[in-house]
Ligand binder design. Structure first.
Ligand SMILES: Nc1ncnc2c1ncn2[C@@H]1O[C@H](COP(=O)(O)OP(=O)(O)OP(=O)(O)O)[C@@H](O)[C@H]1O
Ligand SMILES: [Mg+2]
Length: 593
């Protein structure tokens, strides 16, 4: 508003100047006539000129006014253009100085001729040092080469170029990866006179993108593991039932034939192969984070001592060194599963030391806090740390990323299934622990395991039965698999028990109700369609709270077996089982009758 007012005043003043000049001319001419014709006085010349003088004076007045306003108009226009230019320059300067990107211009040789403050900031150089500096001075040799190629193309095509991974070396010596957009700078005749560029510091964006990528990968990996886990668990379940059928029949055949029978060895072989199949399903269950049934407070040192001694005896080329802490806290684990973990690690170490070598087993108490929690993603608290180190061939960094994947193996066909470490990982995870690998090629490998410590006293292991113990009584056998029921019935009959079979939880409850008081023991499957093991157990116990129940399963859904055992179930047997294992379990339960 004020500006406009000022402008119009100036505009007026120029017209006024014209009028003033015309008035001045008027007075000057009056003087001239006064001197030429002094008969009239000066004021008469000013106020009453003749008609010719009046016209010339009015004409001059008009000319001055027109000239004045024209000058005014031209001046105003130029001033407006100057203002607009200044405004726009100001605007671009503000933009250049306020955006994060660094703007710069160079001549054709790459010497800096102009740049913004953010450009100086990104490079870490003061403005005074940058002016005239060649861009090659602060780029890495590889980037300088890249720029030579890009500028050549830019000059040829005239099209802007994008340079990713524009690596520069800051004044303080640190490297930073930037992104650059480069275009040609032309003179008034359209001839190239240099380059202009926009530098972007993309390290933050890259970091976020990398992080996002990593998280997505982790999620995908977790989902993949989850679905393979479910699949593996399902296979293990069906497979264990089949193995149970084969094992049961083999056991029954062995009962009927003497050791000198021509088929005796063959049936023994069948049992051996069933055992191999069982090892495989155990690995699958471990990986699927299933199969953790019998959790007992345990001294890890004891398991390591026993298993490593056995291992050292069978693999003479390996020297086993142990350093086991005397005061080791107890851990609550499924001992069978932890033995499986150890065996997998020993076998891997042995396979990595084809020329022989040393195996170091170390246990220690550890309190995990702060840094560890972040690195290992575990709860803070007391842990038992167990390390297995070998002096074998080691694992390169790329392979290390994959070793815990199921079915990943570098061994030839038939030598490895790639399930060993996958099951180790699953078992340790399902125990609330963490496993970690450190290895250098040709220098050996160290696996470190953390298991949560428990304050409980070590639970005593009852000695395994050596002879097959026969018994008597009525057994209600519940399993939805007919094959398992058939073979189970025969096995139990061989042991001296009479058997009532049931193919579902519902049928079992009916049989149990009608035969109340006559049944001594129930052997029950856990996964059944319709009424599952858990519900069947609860209903049976409702009818008779004292009834003895032995749970049998080839598979368990997340701790289901453990839960039933906690509710007072008397025992658990993993399918497939041998006759003497079954005999021993039943004996243990029945002797408390
Ligand atoms: N101690 C070790 N030293 C060198 N490489 C190892 C070691 N432990 C594991 N690896 C590598 O990790 C891979 C995966 O091991 P993992 O135990 O899961 O499967 P595997 O031993 O190949 O087969 P499986 O255990 O099922 O017989 C191995 O093939 C091997 O390349
Ligand atoms: Mg292995």
């Amino acid at each position: 508003m004020n500006k406009n007012k000022l402008k119009s005043t100036i505009m007026d003043s120029m017209v006024l100047t014209g009028i003033g000049l015309a008035g001045f001319y008027w007075v000057c001419e009056s003087f001239m006539y006064f001197f030429l014709a002094p008969e009239a006085n000066f004021f008469q010349h000013v106020l009453g000129p003749d008609i010719f003088q009046t016209w010339t004076r009015l004409l001059v007045l008009c000319l001055f006014v027109i000239f004045g306003s024209h000058v005014q108009y031209t001046v105003n226009k130029r001033r407006a253009a100057d203002d607009a230019l200044r405004d726009s320059e100001e605007k671009y300067r503000t933009i250049l100085e306020n955006i994060e990107e660094g703007y710069f211009e160079t001549d054709l040789e790459g010497n800096l001729t102009f740049f913004s403050d953010p450009f100086c900031k990104i490079l870490g150089y003061p403005r005074s040092q940058l002016l005239g500096m060649n861009t090659r001075k602060y780029t890495t040799p590889a980037t300088a080469e890249k720029i030579i190629r890009k500028t050549a193309r830019l000059k040829k095509t005239g099209r802007p170029e994008n340079v990713t991974d524009y690596d520069i070396i800051r004044k303080n010596g640190t490297n930073v990866a930037l992104e650059l957009s480069l275009s040609l700078l032309n003179d008034q005749n359209g001839q190239p006179m240099g380059y202009r560029g926009m530098l972007r510091d993309v390290s933050d964006r890259k970091r976020t993108e990398d992080e996002k990528h990593k998280l997505e990968n982790q999620l995908q990996q977790a989902q993949k593991m989850e679905s393979i886990g479910t699949l593996a668990g399902g296979i293990a379940h069906d497979f264990n039932n089949i193995l149970m059928g084969i094992q049961g029949n083999a056991s029954l055949m062995l009962l009927k034939i003497d050791s000198d029978h021509p088929n005796y060895e063959k049936v023994k072989n069948v049992e051996k192969y069933v055992q191999n199949g069982t090892e495989l399903t155990k690995q699958l269950l471990g990986f699927a984070r299933r199969g953790k049934y019998l959790i007992k407070a345990t001294d890890l040192n004891e398991i390591i001592d026993k298993s490593s001694a056995l291992f050292a005896r069978t693999r003479k080329e390996i020297q086993v060194h142990t350093d086991l802490s005397d005061e080791l806290w107890t851990v609550e684990v499924d001992r069978g599963q932890i033995e499986q973990v150890l065996l997998n690690l020993y076998v891997n170490a042995w396979q990595a030391m084809s020329e022989g070598g040393s195996l170091y087993l170390i246990t220690k108490n550890a309190i995990l806090d702060g840094n560890y929690i972040k690195a290992y993603k575990v709860e803070p608290g007391k842990y038992v740390k167990f390390t297995v180190s070998d002096t074998g061939e080691g694992i390169d960094k790329e392979t290390q990323k994959r070793i815990f994947e199921p079915f990943f193996t570098t061994k030839e066909m038939g030598r490895g299934t790639g399930l060993g470490l996958a099951s180790v990982y699953g078992i340790i995870k399902s125990h609330g622990g963490y496993i970690n690998v450190y290895s250098e090629k040709d220098r050996g490998t160290t696996f470190t395991i953390f298991l949560p410590a428990s304050g409980k006293e070590v639970a005593k292991e009852k000695g395994a039965a050596t002879a097959m113990i026969k018994g008597s009584g009525n057994v209600l056998l519940i399993d939805d698999e007919e094959m398992v029921v058939d073979v189970g019935r025969e096995l139990l009959q061989e042991l001296g028990y009479s058997v009532m079979p049931a193919l579902s939880g519902r049928e079992a409850i009916d049989i149990f109700r009608t035969n109340q008081g006559k049944i001594d023991l129930i052997i029950m499957d856990m996964i059944m369609p319709g009424m599952g093991g858990g519900e069947t157990f609860d209903r049976l116990r409702k009818i008779d709270p004292e009834i003895k129940v032995l749970l049998s399963s080839g598979y368990s859904i997340d701790g289901q077996a453990t839960k039933i055992l906690q509710r007072g179930c008397n025992g658990f047997i993993q399918k497939p089982f041998k006759l003497n294992q079954l005999a021993e379990k039943i004996q243990k339960i029945m002797e408390n009758r």
